[in-house]
Ligand binder design. Structure first.
Ligand code: B16
Ligand code: MG
Length: 219
């Protein structure tokens, strides 16, 4: 593994947009007349927008037409956009900027691999858009995590083999996607939840300074 590249998930790794997804989904649930809790919101992390709606409607035991579903997806995203268009660089999660600086210094390229169709907008809001060598988001994939598609496209953008790529992820489906892609999976968050990962850290500040040099010397 002489040369490596890095693929970052967005929500839960670079920024915490889950709290804004929660507020927007909760508004829809409130409108539909059922309770949607932060615990329920955990089920939506790393999951696509369409799948998130299906899970939410299941929670509320609500059945609606395809047309209504489309309307819900649009209104939820409008609410979500009202939050993320106010985001600024101070919402970058601890350790993320420092890690990107260290990768730049080491000449290691990185791309984004996110399920979010709003990923480019979020990266622009927080001033990190131009730092990434490529962006793979919810608009570029046809299959959601745990399918490896998002990360395989990322490897392609890095010009590397999947086995040379290191994925930083906070969701179980994302760790599974990384393993399905034959990549090194780094779990960010609860170690027990992300037990399938090759390495675990509570957050990006915990990634040791020599982490990437150690990886490059592994076979
Ligand atoms: P959007 P990630 C994911 O981001 C979120 O974790 C998930 O909760 C959300 O449903 C998904 O993006 C789609 O987001 O509605 O903006 O297209 O963790 O893959 O960066
Ligand atoms: Mg995530």
């Amino acid at each position: 593994m002489n040369k490596i590249g890095v693929i970052f998930d967005l929500d839960g790794v670079i920024v915490d947009t889950a709290k804004y997804h929660f507020l927007a989904w909760k508004k829809l649930a409130d409108d539909l007349g059922f309770e949607f809790t932060e615990e329920h919101n955990e089920l939506l992390k790393g999951v696509s927008r369409v799948r998130s709606l299906e899970i939410l409607l299941d929670i509320g035991k609500v059945t609606v037409s395809e047309e209504r579903k489309q309307e819900f997806l649009v209104s939820k995203n409008e609410d979500y956009l009202s939050y993320i268009t106010k985001m600024e660089a101070d919402e970058i999660l601890p350790g993320a900027s420092e890690l990107l600086d260290a990768l730049d210094e080491a000449g290691i390229k990185y791309v984004l691999g996110s399920a979010s169709k709003n990923a480019p907008l979020i990266l622009k809001q927080i001033g990190l858009y131009d730092r990434f060598a490529g962006i793979v988001d919810g608009n570029s994939v046809s299959k959601a995590k745990p399918d490896p598609e998002v990360f395989l496209i990322g490897a392609n953008k890095l010009g590397l083999e999947p086995s040379q790529c290191v994925v930083f992820e906070d969701a179980i489906a994302g760790i599974e996607a990384a393993k399905n892609a034959n990549m090194v999976a780094v779990g960010i968050g609860d170690e027990k939840t992300l037990s399938e990962a090759d390495y675990n850290f509570n957050n990006l500040t915990e990634v040791p300074g020599n982490f990437f040099t150690e990886l490059t010397t592994l076979n």
